[in-house]
Ligand binder design. Structure first.
Ligand code: SF4
Length: 614
């Protein structure tokens, strides 16, 4: 095989054994890599109903056919497992030198099973794999862990690690690399912690086999030059995603006070313009000339890497208006290995619960000291932090009252930083995201606000599916960062060319979208197999706050979503995907996607509709 290494490294942590598994071109062409491989492995090899944090669970680190070859923005990998937060499929991507080195070590993915006898880290140097005692690193933050491991193994190694949050099995703990790259929102860090793996350190020295080395070199140089020519390049380098604070405020979609409102009176104190004045340096993923991690000195004089999501969720969403204080919370989250989006939701939820007298703690909007204490308590699962460490869905179940209506999650995953009272298309994108409410798969909101934003039109369904195919299927499986395309208009046609040079295969965009559809139906099957007869279309529906409590401020004052109309969007979405009225792929749909065996297996758990006409 060219392009793919054709090998997966298997780590059996319980027995301290490793094995190299070869796979064939059929799997490569059907699932590409990254999310595709993760979904396939988790479907094939996990038992529905298993505890996500048990011996039985699997942890997947998956690269793609472009990883390690130096194509633009391709220094990334997908981390995936059954989620302890949602009990469904969970994944995330992060930029890391580890992605590049896994491929150069001769593998396309690493899959860990079992549990190590004591806290350990995995050292991979080409074929040589060791599981090494990490008791001295257990309890140490991710930045310090990485520094210590670099002292031992040299600067040019890739490192993925967890912090205390992952060790303590916080349901939305992540995996961190390079002091700011974070991936695996649905608790993939906790899965790593449950396996007692503090870090993976990897170094590869081999050539990745490609079909046409000259073409790879030429395309690489040409594509990077093309990115530099894009009109928005200079502004992007100045602000990265941070200008989205101002954009969201202008468009009334900036999450504010636990998603009650879409505008924040102090937005200009936390936005891209102010960040630019405070910027100390920039960081980014390997193989990227758009580096978008903007780093400032926080209120405690430490460096903190900011982006839109973490500033909105730890700023306006909790009423905090000091960028340097927000940066402290963000840095703490990265050191503890906590997802900032779920964290901002959890803090907002706690403040609202305090306001409504559902908890005894007195916490108010914008209280930096209280927020800081909560972040630490969540990481160590102490006091109120224990309740919040389970995510807002479980917290609401435990608190009772009507808190479930304003526990801002879908399928258990907290909503990322776009307020949707007046944007039904983005609400649908959140509702149908394959991991729970995340913007990664279909960020349709920038298109939607200029396209009759409050309407429930078929074009919105088409746009959600189109974006899911590109962003959630193609980019997550290649694995490449979507931002050149999203932010600079870097054309999609480049990717089939990259694939041709790398693998020799002629795979056009339609082929890639078919792979995307296969992955989406497979991931949906995973969820349905886990939930069985408890699966309902309501799992694709946003929280009631957006339907029942209209906005009280700004241009869209009085706006709220309408459930019946949202359901009509969902119906159309299901129909176009070939899923039935419950949101379950029909037998015919799965057969058309080559998922015949998946259909037969799923039939054991739910009655399948023969076709999606209903
Ligand atoms: S644009 Fe940002 S997120 Fe994407 S690869 Fe570059 S640094 Fe990473």
């Amino acid at each position: 095989m060219k392009g793919w290494n054709g090998k997966i490294l298997r780590l059996d942590l319980s027995r301290a054994k490793t094995e190299v598994q070869a796979y064939g071109v059929d799997m490569a062409l059907a699932f590409l890599g990254g999310r595709g491989y993760a979904a396939k492995i988790l479907w094939d090899e996990t038992r529905p109903g298993m505890n996500a944090l048990s011996q039985e669970s699997l942890l997947v680190f998956a690269t793609g056919p472009l990883t390690g070859l130096g194509f633009p923005n391709s220094g990334k990998l997908v981390v995936a497992a059954k989620s302890p937060l949602t009990c469904g499929y969970g994944d995330g991507n992060l930029g890391s030198l580890a992605a590049v080195h896994i491929r150069k070590a001769g593998f396309d993915a690493v899959v860990a099973s079992g549990v190590a006898k004591k806290p350990s880290y995995v050292l991979i140097i080409d074929d040589a794999v060791e599981i090494i005692d990490a008791e001295d690193l257990w309890g140490v933050g991710t930045f310090e862990t990485e520094r210590k491991l670099r002292e031992r193994h040299g600067r040019n190694v890739g490192i993925l690690s967890i912090g205390p949050a992952g060790e303590n099995l916080v349901s939305y703990s992540t995996i961190i690399s390079q002091e700011g790259r974070s991936g695996g929102r649905p608790g993939i860090g906790a899965v790593m912690g449950s396996k007692k793996i503090k870090a993976v350190v990897v170094k590869g020295t081999r050539e990745i086999p490609v079909a046409n080395g000259e073409a790879v070199k030429h395309l690489r140089a040409e594509s990077f030059r093309e990115i530099l020519k894009k009109p928005n390049y200079a502004f992007w380098r100045r602000q990265g995603t941070m200008s989205t604070i101002e954009w969201s405020q202008q468009n009334s979609v900036l999450p504010t006070l636990n998603f009650r409102e879409g505008i924040f009176e102090h937005a200009d104190e936390i936005g891209g313009a102010l960040m630019e004045k405070q910027k100390a340096t920039q960081r980014g993923c390997p193989d990227c000339n758009m580096i978008c991690g903007n780093v400032i000195y926080d209120a405690e004089e430490s460096l903190s890497e900011l982006d839109y999501e973490n500033v909105a969720m730890l700023g306006s969403n909790i009423g905090l208006s000091d960028l340097k204080q927000i940066a402290v919370l963000n840095r703490m989250a990265d050191e503890f290995g906590l997802d900032t989006i779920s964290l901002g939701n959890a803090i907002g939820f706690a403040i609202e619960a305090s306001e409504k007298g559902l908890i005894k703690e007195k916490i108010t909007w914008g209280d930096f000291g209280a927020a800081k204490a909560i972040v630490e308590d969540i990481a160590y699962r102490r006091g109120l932090g224990e309740l919040l460490s389970r995510g807002t869905k479980i917290a609401a179940e435990r608190l009772g009252g009507d808190s479930w209506k304003w526990a801002m999650n879908i399928k258990g995953l907290e909503i990322s930083a776009y307020e949707c009272h007046s944007t039904p298309g983005m609400a649908l994108a959140f509702g149908t995201s394959p991991i729970g409410a995340h913007h990664k798969d279909a960020w349709v909101i920038s298109w939607e606000v200029s396209f009759g934003r409050e309407g429930y039109t078929p074009e919105k369904v088409d746009k959600v599916i189109e974006f899911q195919r590109i962003r959630g299927g193609m980019f997550e499986s290649l694995v490449a960062c979507r931002l050149p395309w999203v932010e600079l208009g870097f054309e999609l046609d480049w990717y089939p060319k990259f694939l041709k040079a790398t693998t020799g295969a002629s795979i056009n965009l339609d082929d890639l979208f078919k792979v995307s559809d296969r992955i989406y139906s497979l991931i949906r099957a995973f969820w349905v197999r886990e939930y069985g007869s408890n699966w309902t279309r309501r799992m694709d529906t946003p929280p009631l706050r957006w339907f029942e409590e209209p906005l009280t401020l700004g241009r869209y004052k009085g706006s709220k979503l309408e459930l019946q109309k949202y359901d009509s969007l969902l119906d159309l979405y299901y129909k176009k995907r070939g899923w039935d009225a419950r949101g379950i792929p029909s037998r015919v749909t799965m057969e058309n996607l080559g998922l015949d065996s998946v259909a037969s297996e799923l039939q054991k758990y739910v009655e399948l509709s023969p076709s999606a006409s209903y």
